[in-house]
Design a protein around this ligand. Structure first.
Ligand SMILES: [Zn+2]
Length: 113
């Protein structure tokens, strides 16, 4: 499952940073997930708890912020908001879109102690 390996990379990064900086425990992981990234927040949440077991991120709260998508439309020549990858341009209905925002997942912030 795609989300399992993503959750693993998040936990690896968080565990590495917490150890490097000499912390004992990660309280909260704030994760930004773009709505066009193809990543399911609920699947990440489920996998995170599983892979965090035995790391400094065990028991950490996962705070997921969904970032809206934005795309450049070649048909009407403007930046438009986009809710899903498969959606047409909300302005002109065109499908020639280049995704600009909301295509990635990243760790935004950590609360550690
Ligand atoms: Zn358009």
């Amino acid at each position: 499952m795609h989300e399992m390996s993503l959750a693993e990379s998040v936990v690896d990064l968080v565990d590495y940073r917490a150890r490097r900086d000499g912390y004992q425990r990660v309280k909260t992981v704030r994760l930004e997930i773009g709505k066009l990234s193809g990543v399911e927040p609920e699947a990440i949440r489920f996998c995170f708890d599983e892979v965090a077991s035995g790391t400094l991120a065990e028991g950490a709260a996962l705070d997921i912020l969904e970032q809206d998508g934005q795309a450049w439309c070649f048909d009407c020549g403007q930046l438009v908001p986009l809710a899903a990858r498969s959606d047409p341009c909300p302005e002109c209905g065109g499908f020639r879109l280049r995704m600009d925002e909301g295509v990635a997942m990243r760790v935004k912030e950590l609360e550690i102690e």
